[in-house]
Design a protein around this ligand. Structure first.
Ligand code: ZN
Ligand code: ZN
Length: 273
């Protein structure tokens, strides 16, 4: 199993960090968890062309996690020459988002279908809206959806992906909760979006302070990892993002709570299990 942090950024635009997106290569699949800003640039950087994606798994429908879903739909359609269906999983509301993306793309789809004989009907997508506890097989992997707490954003889900040998949990955005603990328990790796509470609260903007109410701090992510006895904690979605190459400053806070392996780094950082 190989985990690649495609985008370690957040809603805040960063010249060096793409938006939230993580690639899990396991079984015989390339599973894309969230599709933030610039996801396809990083996919190609990871030597995966969009038509190779087996499925998209959305943790929630905040804009930073779905910004480039439409771009992925388009390129998956064109590069597969309409032969492949793109499965998209997510919480309730995902169908509305995908239908909206397809509506936005309608003029483009009509131009391309009119121009190319190989294209007939537009992108093929299959949306599955998940409930916590849903489990399914995907590209040789078992995927379990679990409830997360990103209130007031609801519903939100995390994913546990197992290939029979290893397991990884993608926690998405949110604060610690019992159901996240259950999902994380005993996993080999745990990918959590996180923020530096001290630095966020130092910004003189009350609206910015709100974000720590519904995202795990570095300490909370480390504590969740410790409770779950995971082997490797992978942090992503850095707020505020450290300069590339200086991610180690996030490590000190983790070490106070978690003794396993910590991974924090630039886009395209990989973890192999
Ligand atoms: Zn969010
Ligand atoms: Zn986010």
């Amino acid at each position: 199993m190989k985990i690649t942090l495609l985008g370690t950024g957040s809603p805040l635009v960063d010249a060096n960090r793409a938006g939230p997106s993580t690639l899990v290569q396991a079984g015989d699949g390339h599973l894309l968890v969230d599709a933030g800003r610039g996801v396809q640039l990083r996919l190609v950087g990871a030597e995966v062309v969009p038509s190779m994606i087996s499925a998209v798994l959305l943790t929630h429908l905040h804009s930073d996690h779905i910004t480039d879903l439409n771009d992925l739909i388009t390129m998956h359609w064109l590069l597969s020459q309409e032969k492949a269906t793109l499965p998209i999983y997510g919480p309730p509301g995902t169908r509305q988002v995908v239908d909206g993306a397809l509506a936005m793309l309608a003029p483009d789809i009509s131009y391309r279908v009119a121009h190319h004989d190989q294209l007939i009907s537009g992108p093929k997508v299959k949306v599955t809206e998940l409930q916590p506890g849903d489990q399914f097989e995907l590209a040789g992997c078992t995927v379990l959806a679990g409830k997360t707490n990103h209130a007031p954003v609801e519903p939100t889900i995390g994913y546990r992906i197992s290939d029979g040998s290893h397991s990884v949990v993608l926690g998405g955005d949110g604060i610690p909760c019992d159901t996240l603990d259950q999902l994380v328990s005993g996993a080999d790796a745990y990918v959590q979006t996180a923020m530096r509470e001290d630095m966020v609260l130092a910004v003189p903007n009350p609206m910015f302070h709100d974000v720590v109410e519904y995202h795990s701090t570095v300490a909370q992510a480390a504590q969740t990892a410790a409770r779950g006895k995971v082997g490797t904690l992978v942090l992503t979605h850095y707020v505020p993002a450290p300069p590339v190459g200086e991610e180690a400053q996030w490590a000190a806070e983790v070490s106070e709570h978690f003794e396993g392996t910590l991974v924090v780094g630039p886009d395209l950082t990989t973890v192999e299990l």
